[in-house]
Every structure is written in C-alpha cells, then in structure tokens.
Design a protein around this ligand. Structure first.
Ligand SMILES: [Zn+2]
Length: 332
C-alpha cells in the first residue's frame, strides 16, 4: 500500500477551488504510454498549468498498474527537472466498482471517479457514498468524482447508446448525501470521435458538421442548486478537422466524426466547470502524425522516429488547449 503523497501527487480539492474562483478548468488528459505522458508534462510545464493525468480501467489493464504508478511519480520528477513544479493529480477515470476505486486509492491514486450513472439514483448514491467514505478516511484525503446523467458515445469499456441530461433537481441531494468532491454532468458532450449522428447536426459553409449546442441552460440550473461546487465535463474533445483530414489523406477512415466546438468549452470553463476531460483529440493527433510518417517515410522502422513526431504534435495540441480552451495556463 502506498499513499499518493509519497509519489509527489496532490488531490483535486485546492486545485478545484482555485479553478472555480479563477474561471478556468483543469485539463484532464488520459495516458497509457510514455510518449503521451511526456507530451502532457512538457505541455503543462511550458504553459505553467496544473494537470490531472487520468487512467481508465482499460488503460490500467493495458499498461500495468505498477508501471502507471511509477510513471506518475516520474511525471512529478520530470516536471521538476524541466523547471516547474506543476501540481499533478493521478485520477481514475470511470471507476465502475468500489473494489476498483479502493485498489487504485491503495496503489497511489490521489483522486478517483466512481461512475454509478448507469444505476438508479438511489443505487448511485449508495455506491458513491461508500467510495467517498473510504477515500476521505485515508490519512491523505483522496478526492472523489461522481456522475449524474449519462453521456452517449463510447470510451474504452464505457458505452451508451443514448444520453440522458443531468436533472438539476437531483444534484443537491446527490452531493449532500454522497459527500463527493466534484460532479460529472451530462449537458450534451459525448465520448469518442463520433459524438453525434449526421442527422443531429447542421452543416457550416465549408460543409463541416456542426453539433447541437451544449445545454448551458441546464448547467446554469445546476449551478444555482449547488453554487460554486466543482463540475466536470467528460467527452469534451473537439475532433479537429486538420487531424481528421490528415488521417483520411494517409489512408484512414473517419467519416462523420464530430466534436464539441472549442468556443463552447471555453465558455463552460469560465463557469463552475473546473475539469474538462480530453482524450479523443490526443488520439487523433497521434494517429494523424503516425500515419503521415509511415506514408511519407516507408523505409522508417525505428519506433522513436514514428512515434516521436506524434508526441511532439500531442504536446502542441495540449499547449493550445491549456492556453486557449481551458484557460489553465499560467495558474501555477
Ligand atoms: Zn468519461
């Protein structure tokens, strides 16, 4: 058993307080390999942004929990070496059971999500409360994210055909009864790179699909019920067309992929939304560059020369997110 403070990590409590009062959101970037983590830390050090590095249960299986734990420790030391001690949170994304959350907490995570959104309201409360009681009773307080409302789309093991918007009348009771530190809500974001069916979208003058706008009215209602409480948005990739086009140019197929426009995320980040999850955009950036290198340099077989440019592009993308979308730059 190990506590996150031994790894140099922090929980989300103080970071969220600052983010809510400062009108910005923390980046929550998923990782499961070395190059992603290098890109995340380099981008956040250069923009002086606090960061949540998160791992899904699928990523944990893929990469191995011991390696991930030590990568998180290494991330803290790497940031220091690069010259800026940015706060780093290690977070479990979409924990689906008490046991998984407990296991992560005991192996060095500083924050966990328990996703009981697929259960009934009462069952969600019972499960989330159980995780909170365990997480909060540790010597080092571990923060817990709960979820109300269901997002559509596919993310690792998590998938849903339909979305259900969060009901504002439920949030106060949920927060009070569970003791959660933050709440993920559903206001029209969606997991994956195919967030909406074409018939749900309109087209702009360049023929690019434009999704239905986020439900800021629901967000405002929620904020009225639980003023200043940290809100989390999942499924918040924007699916940049430059990457989609590059992937398709070099043989990929991503017809009808569509994301959330960055202006809407910037608007959300200025509210009580203080954590925004971005995963698919990073996957697209890396895939685009890997395809480009393989197509343009068919003789190349050094993985560093193939993945290295993808890592550099990922860093560029995350610097852009911190600077222009989340507003988390220069907050350290
Ligand atoms: Zn999610």
């Amino acid at each position: 058993m190990i506590s996150y403070t031994e790894l140099g990590l922090v929980n989300t409590v103080e970071l969220f307080k600052k983010a809510v009062s400062g009108g910005y959101a923390l980046p929550a970037y998923n990782f499961n390999n070395l190059e992603q983590l290098q890109a995340i830390i380099q981008a956040c050090v250069e923009t002086k942004s606090p960061v949540i590095i998160q791992v899904s249960s699928g990523a944990r299986k893929y990469a191995n929990q011991n390696l991930l734990k030590n990568m998180a420790k290494g991330a803290v030391e790497y940031a220091h070496e690069l010259g800026c001690d940015i706060p780093v949170v290690l977070h479990l994304d979409h924990g689906d059971s008490f046991e998984l959350c407990k296991d992560c907490i005991e192996s060095g995570f500083s924050s966990v999500m328990i996703d009981g959104s697929h259960f009934s309201f009462e069952e969600n409360i019972t499960l989330t409360k159980k995780v909170c009681e365990f997480a909060h009773s540790r010597k080092d307080y571990v923060s817990v994210e709960g979820e109300l409302g269901v997002l559509a789309g596919v993310e690792d093991d998590v998938s849903s055909e339909h979305s259900n918007y969060t009901q504002p009348e439920e949030v106060e009771e949920f927060v009070k009864k569970t003791g959660v530190d933050s709440l993920a809500i559903s206001i029209g974001t969606s997991h994956g790179a195919f967030k909406f069916r074409p018939e749900q979208c309109t087209k702009n003058d360049q023929g690019i699909l434009v999704p239905p706008p986020l439900r800021f009215d629901i967000l405002e209602e929620i904020e009225k019920k639980i003023p200043g409480f940290p809100i989390v948005l999942h499924g918040s990739s924007s699916v940049p067309m430059e990457y989609v086009k590059m992937i398709e140019k070099f043989g990929g197929k991503l017809k009808d992929s569509v994301g959330i426009p960055e202006e809407q995320l910037r608007r959300a980040a200025k509210s009580a939304v203080c954590k925004i999850n971005i995963d698919s955009d990073g996957r697209l950036a890396m895939t685009a560059l890997i395809r480009k290198v393989l197509a343009e340099q068919p003789g190349e077989f050094d993985p560093r020369k193939i993945i290295g440019p993808a890592r550099d592009e990922l860093k560029k993308l995350y610097m852009h997110k911190n600077n222009n979308v989340l507003g988390s730059a220069n907050r350290v």
